[in-house]
Design a protein around this ligand. Structure first.
Ligand code: ADP
Ligand code: MG
Length: 281
């Protein structure tokens, strides 16, 4: 069993009127089965309302399945006594860094998690230092988080999760509120966590270009896994991606159109460099 495994995971939101009568049911996650191996970089794509956040919240035991099961590092999330362990195994980073940073000073903020876990003081400082270095924010350790850019704040919140030494980090659209530079910084930091620190990464995004380095991609639609494969396999299916209302990168679209017009190109071009090379320019 991998670090995150789900079997027919289903979650229903129940809407009620003032009297408590059921008005309607939304099946936000619909019989999802997946198995994520330790150390993988996983991307989960999907347009708004496809069920990404609801799925993510199960990985951290914020929500519990209506039907089916989810295991985090082998622990069934419905086992109450495992809750603390689950939250420590799978850290969570959300969209808005302002809601996640509570400290007045960067290093203090990053130290909160391990402090709450009862980590000895000396080790807290070691963890704070190593986490801030891992996301490239060590030189800002004495700064006030309020004065940082969005991308820097988000990297501080990632460091805060990292300081708890999770095996897995789930990031729910961590770049959605950032400018292009901030997005690049955060994606670079996330790749570092995975490649250098060996942390399992589950990156939820609707930016296609952020999935290029993933080992595996799941595309969600209407609560279901609509596509799964390597980034290249996913990018090869331009028509399907458009059906699923995803914005295909310009370079992939261009390669797709050229292919349709008879230019010989490999499937699933991901970058400008690849297209240039494939055209023999
Ligand atoms: P995504 O993260 O991909 O945008 P969500 O998991 O947030 O998708 O939402 C999936 C579906 O569940 C949507 O139809 C959404 O409207 C519905 N939903 C999300 N949160 C709630 C909620 N708290 N109460 C009722 N319905 C919800
Ligand atoms: Mg969401």
């Amino acid at each position: 069993m991998g670090i995150i495994k789900t079997e027919d995971l289903t979650f229903e939101y129940i809407r009620r009127d003032e009297e408590g009568n059921v008005e309607g049911i939304t099946t936000a996650v619909d019989a999802v089965s997946l198995d994520i191996k330790q150390g993988q970089f996983i991307a989960i794509l999907g347009h708004n309302g496809s069920g990404k956040s609801t799925l993510a919240k199960h990985m951290n035991a914020i929500l519990y399945p209506t039907e089916g099961t989810i295991w985090v590092d082998g622990m069934d999330t419905t086992e109450e006594e495992a809750l603390w362990n689950i939250r420590q195994t799978a850290g969570m980073v959300f969209q808005n860094p302002d809601n996640q940073i509570i400290g007045q000073v960067v290093e203090e903020d990053v130290g909160f998690g391990p402090e709450n876990m009862g980590v000895p003081t000396k080790e807290i400082w070691e963890r704070v230092e190593e986490s801030l270095r891992a996301v490239g924010m060590y030189e800002f350790r004495k700064h006030s988080p309020n004065k940082l850019s969005g991308g820097q704040k988000q990297r501080v919140s990632i460091a805060g999760v990292l300081a708890m030494h999770p095996k897995c980090i789930v990031l729910d659209e961590p770049t959605a509120m950032l400018d292009p530079n901030g997005r690049k910084e955060v994606i670079r930091a996330i790749r570092g966590l995975n490649q250098v620190e060996g942390v399992t990464v589950i990156l939820i995004t609707h930016y296609m270009e952020e999935i290029i380095h993933a080992d595996k991609v799941f595309v969600m639609d209407n609560g279901k896994i609509a596509m799964e494969g390597t980034p290249r396999e996913i990018f090869s299916q331009v028509e399907r991606l458009k059906e699923l209302r995803l914005d295909v990168p310009q370079v992939t679209l261009l390669a797709h159109e050229l292919k349709k017009r008879g230019v010989r190109l490999p499937n699933g071009i991901l970058t400008t460099e690849e297209l240039v090379a494939a055209l023999g320019l």
